[in-house]
Design a protein around this ligand. Structure first.
Ligand code: PLP
Length: 398
């Protein structure tokens, strides 16, 4: 008889977003005339930039002519795109070999697929709270998971504990959901820890473009020795509005060698065996992101979101509400006021202000009592949501 992967039965319910939708439906049924502002959006809202649209049109036209038509491409991505990614890193003084870069349809898939080349016997260390994909993909394969506590005391930036033995370490900076960003010294401590434990760091840089402070790292390879212990995942989803277009990449340096085996060869083998690459058209669009023109245009969109983040943090500063993020990240992670738990604050904000966002408890046990606001809404909605927040906060405090 067929046997299923029983580890899937160990997954916790994908309860968070269903429950948010249920409570919003209830609100709109109860108050059909009230206007609801969604501040929990984890998706981009601004369209693709002109450089990307032009590249898409051009690539589509190439497909109608036998001389320029493309069939199967290289499984790990066309050289033109991998070279553009290498050149982009080189501008920040990070020198990658072109065959250390692997193009994919996005980071969510990469984060899961990388586990194919890592034994199920490895112990995994994951920050709590965290992007739930790290936990679920490991639960699906039955790996033992330890959590690194992120909390108010460490500004949601947990540091390594040498008494903990881990083999696979997840780091996400700027972080989803907390918006917290590691500094150089902090990441160096993680790199040293990983080398000491002969572990690998899976570094999720999906939000690196939001790092505005020049004194903060944007890549794990900004850190000395990281090429000996870290894989980087990055995505054009938030960088260039590719959430629906799809394109990401992973960097697996040749210097990642464990027990005499290099991870780059295993990852190459996995990619070439299990996928046939991303479409030519999308790769041309992605290439356009890395041109000077593309970079200038995507930064206009990023600045738009950063402006929203400023509106949010400005309101929280005024109200004296504790938060992380917002300065170098699209997410703002706040301590729920009035000692409310995450769902109580969700209901309070929805009922009194008509504003919906994301309860922190959905990202892990340590998220309880916290709340995530996102800067991916429009300027008008963000300003109005913060006006309402200030009003209900003041009224409630009276
Ligand atoms: N990593 C983090 C931390 C994310 O928040 C997200 C999406 O929200 C992703 C990865 C997914 O990226 P992609 O769209 O490239 O699959």
């Amino acid at each position: 008889m067929l046997k299923i992967n029983e580890h899937y039965l160990d997954l916790s319910e994908g309860f968070l977003f269903t429950e948010i939708a249920r409570r919003i439906d209830e609100f709109t049924a109860k108050y059909p005339d009230r206007d609801l502002i969604r501040m929990g959006v984890g998706d981009v809202t601004l369209p693709l930039c002109d450089a990307v649209i032009d590249a898409l049109h051009k690539a589509v036209d190439e497909m109608k002519d036998a001389a320029t038509f493309r069939g199967y491409g290289p499984e790990i991505g066309y050289e033109f795109l991998r070279q553009a990614i290498c050149d982009h890193y080189a501008k920040r003084n990070i020198h990658l070999n072109i065959d250390e870069v692997f193009v994919s349809d996005g980071t969510k898939g990469d984060l899961s697929n990388i586990l194919d080349i890592l034994s199920r016997d490895n112990v995994v260390l994951i920050p709590d709270p965290v992007y739930p994909v790290y936990v679920d993909t490991n639960v699906m394969e039955g790996r033992r998971i330890l959590f690194a506590n992120a909390d108010k005391e460490n500004n949601f930036l947990p540091m390594p504990d040498r008494s903990v033995d881990a083999d696979i370490i997840y780091l996400c900076s700027p972080n989803n959901p907390t918006g917290a960003v590691y500094g150089y010294d902090q990441l160096k401590a993680w790199v040293d820890y990983a080398i000491e434990k002969d572990a690998v760091i899976l570094f999720d840089a999906a939000y690196e473009i939001f790092v505005a402070d020049p004194d903060l790292p944007r890549s794990i390879y900004d850190i000395e020795d990281a090429e000996k212990c870290a894989i980087e995942f990055c995505s054009l989803s938030k960088t260039a509005g590719f959430t629906g277009v799809r394109c990401g990449y992973s960097v697996v340096p040749h210097t990642l060698v464990y027990g005499g085996i290099d991870l780059n060869s295993l990852w190459m083998r996995r990619m070439t065996t299990k996928c046939n690459g991303l479409s030519y058209i999308i790769q041309r669009a992605a290439e356009a992101v890395f041109t000077d023109e593309g970079q200038a245009q995507i930064m206009e969109n990023i600045r738009y979101y950063q402006e929203n983040a400023k509106t949010i943090t400005g309101a929280l500063d005024e109200l004296g509400i504790w938060y992380t993020g917002g300065k170098n990240s699209p997410y703002v992670w706040l301590k729920c006021p009035f000692d409310m738990d995450s769902w109580a604050f969700f209901d309070f904000l929805l009922e009194n202000a008509g504003v919906a966002a994301t309860p922190g408890c959905g990202f892990g046990a340590n998220g309880e009592g916290f709340f995530r606001l996102s800067s991916f809404s429009s300027h008008d909605d963000t300003i109005e949501a913060m006006r309402r927040l200030k009003k209900v906060f003041t009224d409630y405090g009276k």
